[in-house]
Design a protein around this ligand. Structure first.
Ligand SMILES: [Zn+2]
Ligand SMILES: [Zn+2]
Length: 317
């Protein structure tokens, strides 16, 4: 099969089709989204070698559960052992023996086929097109915030960042609290929130500090510093940025203001799929371009250009 392989350098290659192990399904990938994590991986983040890609929609071709055969699915990316202390504490996303699709110890979705445990799969409703369903994984990451932070309808919320995750976090939190502003550097990206009438502001505008919750999704180390200045004492800062690198900053401010800093990663697929099916999240306009898998190099160039929100790779119809 054809795949984008990363082994220090990304290259388009022909590799053997993966063979599903016990409890795993073979999935023909229809399309896959390029995420900032993939861009970081190609820069050496996580020391990953193999096929990257973790946001996908595909069709099950082989599975022990016959009900899955021929069905369109999306899949949770953490593949867990079920027996380690974190699995026993029902924190499977932190399984100490986990592999993660296209990120850690497991080939991912930038290929014609992938394998995942059947228990990771979710059926995609027929009416949901691939171009919408491919947002399930990043939308689930946004829904994770609602599992971690109790948000009151009266809370004031600031989302920093107008990339994919910032725009999704703004949409998901707006379902919960309407006093929300999404702050970004690009008027054209912020305009994607206009159909939902979500307030936006440019990064150099004055933003009133004192918000109950600030979500940091800028993808830059400077975002945390700004978040800590905008959150109110005893407020919550949610960190969504994983940057391959380190930042040096003064952490006395969150101590003095007794701010909670909450790291936030993968989230629940069910509410994400439901919100996408109901149309309460508007994601399709976020796709800037679609490329065939063979043009993955051009797709990645575009994704890193600053002129794109979501870039999608198309493997098959
Ligand atoms: Zn991602
Ligand atoms: Zn485990």
């Amino acid at each position: 099969m054809n795949a984008l392989v990363f082994d220090g350098e990304p290259r388009f290659a022909t590799v053997p089709k993966p063979a599903p192990g016990p409890g795993e399904a073979l999935i023909r990938v229809r399309c896959a989204g390029i995420c900032n994590t993939d861009i970081e991986i190609l820069r050496g983040y996580m020391g990953f070698a193999g096929i990257p890609g973790h946001e996908f929609v595909g069709v099950v071709e082989e599975a022990s559960n016959g009900h899955l055969l021929g069905k369109r699915v999306v899949g949770e990316i953490n593949c867990v052992c079920g027996a380690c202390p974190y699995c026993e504490m029902e924190m499977p996303n932190h399984c100490s023996r986990r592999t993660v699709l296209g990120i850690q110890g497991r080939d991912g979705a930038f290929a014609e086929y992938l394998v995942l445990p059947e228990e990771n799969l979710h059926l995609v409703p027929d009416e949901l097109p691939d171009e919408v369903a491919v947002f399930t994984e990043p939308a689930a990451a946004a829904f994770r915030i609602l599992e971690q932070v109790e948000i009151d309808a009266a809370d004031r919320i600031i989302v920093l960042g107008d990339g994919k995750l910032g725009l999704l976090a703004a949409q998901v939190l707006w379902l919960q609290a309407k006093n929300l502003v999404c702050v970004g550097k690009h008027a054209w990206k912020l305009a994607l929130l206009e159909p939902l009438r979500i307030h936006t502001a440019l990064a150099d505008e004055f933003i009133e500090p004192g918000a109950e919750v600030v979500v940091e999704a800028t993808g830059s180390a400077a975002g945390l510093e700004r978040a800590l200045r905008l959150v109110r004492p005893e407020g919550v800062v949610v960190l969504k940025t994983t940057v391959a690198g380190t930042s040096q900053m003064d952490l006395s401010l969150p101590v003095i203001n007794e701010v909670q800093i909450v790291g936030s990663r993968c989230g629940p697929f069910r509410p994400a799929l439901e919100a996408l099916a109901l149309g309460t999240l508007v994601v399709r306009p976020m796709i800037t371009a679609t490329y065939p898998l063979e043009e993955a190099d051009r797709a990645f160039e575009h994704a890193q250009s600053g002129n794109a929100v979501k870039i999608v790779l198309r493997m098959s119809e």
